[in-house]
Design a protein around this ligand. Structure first.
Ligand code: NI
Length: 231
């Protein structure tokens, strides 16, 4: 019996190390290593493991982990905003940048489709893009960009310090990447859609390429769920 346990733990260890190595070689420029690992792990053990569906889909936060909270940013009209300006509202938040060639437009399109899929309930949810490239994403640039995805989508920017602070609160990874063959730089960044409750805290997050239907269902389930005041 002991041998079986030893053998199985060795097997598990080798398997996890293998997935880590695989994640490292196969990660896309938009994924950081931890995210790539979580995605590959979910691929091996089945979607249910990384995406528990207690509230109808989306990744639940590990116990004791709190994301979101206060921020100070600048809205697309050039006015300062904080989380208090959105108090009482549900938000679907994405961190990205307007020069992003592929992933950001896809994910912002998914947010817009999720709101449409929710019907009238979607009107209670504000879609937000927070840029991780404040150097190029001015309020005007953001206003023009977000309006292409959804008429109510808000684009938020800020100083480099303000953006770094809000990214820390959401544990968003981002880094500037300069390829020798390109004149413009790119931003490498983690890609999650965050469902934020009326108290500015993250209630659920959705991995890249989660379907709009899953996001819509999970958002509505969270909006209906009675809130434990201790959380
Ligand atoms: Ni992007």
């Amino acid at each position: 019996m002991l041998r079986i346990i030893r053998f199985s733990s060795l097997f598990l260890l080798v398997l996890v190390a293998g997935i880590w190595a695989y994640a490292w070689v196969s990660k896309s420029p938009h994924e950081n290593l931890a995210e790539a690992f979580a995605n590959r792990l979910a691929g091996v053990f089945g979607q249910e493991m990384a995406v528990p569906s207690a509230a109808g889909g989306g990744m639940q936060l590990p116990a004791g982990m709190s994301l979101g909270g206060p921020f100070e940013l600048i809205n697309q009209a050039g006015q300062p905003v904080t989380e208090r300006d959105f108090a009482g509202r549900w938000l679907l938040v994405y961190f990205g940048f307007t020069y992003c060639p592929d992933v950001c437009p896809t994910e912002l399109g998914i947010i817009a489709s999720a709101l449409d899929a929710m019907g009238p309930a979607g009107e209670l949810v504000t879609p937000i893009l927070i840029t991780i490239d404040p150097q190029r994403d001015t309020p005007d640039q953001l206003a023009d960009y977000v309006s292409r995805f959804h008429p109510r989508m808000q684009g938020l920017t800020g100083t480099a310090e303000q953006v770094a602070a809000v990214a820390r609160r959401y544990r968003v990874y981002f880094a500037r990447v300069q390829r020798p063959d390109m004149t413009d730089y790119l931003m490498d960044h983690s890609s999650f859609i965050y469902l934020v409750g009326p108290d500015a805290k993250v209630r659920a997050l959705f991995r890249k390429e989660t379907s709009p239907e899953v996001i819509a269902a999970a958002t509505q389930a969270q909006m209906r769920a009675p809130r434990n005041p201790a959380l």
